[in-house]
Design a protein around this ligand. Sequence first.
Ligand code: AMP
Length: 120
Amino acid sequence: MAFDYDPQNIFARILRGEIPNKTVYENDHALAFEDIAPQAPVHVLVIPKGAYMSLDHFAMEATAEEQVGFMQAVAEVCKQINAEDGFRAIANTRDHGGQEVPHYHLHILAGQPLGKMLAI
Ligand code: AMP
């Protein structure tokens, strides 16, 4: 599968500093920031700094350093939220996954019981 990244997507613009964000954590390879329309008391997005459009794109083509850096950002977010009570991590992917922004992002939701995973 060919991954066709759109550099004008809103998260690419956040990474270029064209749009502000509420940063939770940042390292060389990843940025974590608050979702603009939170679906839970804690709703953080973790994104790679590289041009990857989806979880599978990132998993297949990101370097080991990028993947480690991304997971380190996830770890830092988990330290900052009340992870002991649990949380949900979601990576919506393309049409069937309901992905709206075509730059890989991991939603981390927490702060209250989140119910069943799916309600189709
Ligand atoms: P998805 O449907 O998985 O692509 O989720 C995209 C998410 O990005 C949604 O939860 C939006 O609320 C969020 N979002 C869109 N624009 C911004 C922004 N400028 N800053 C923070 N979050 C955003």
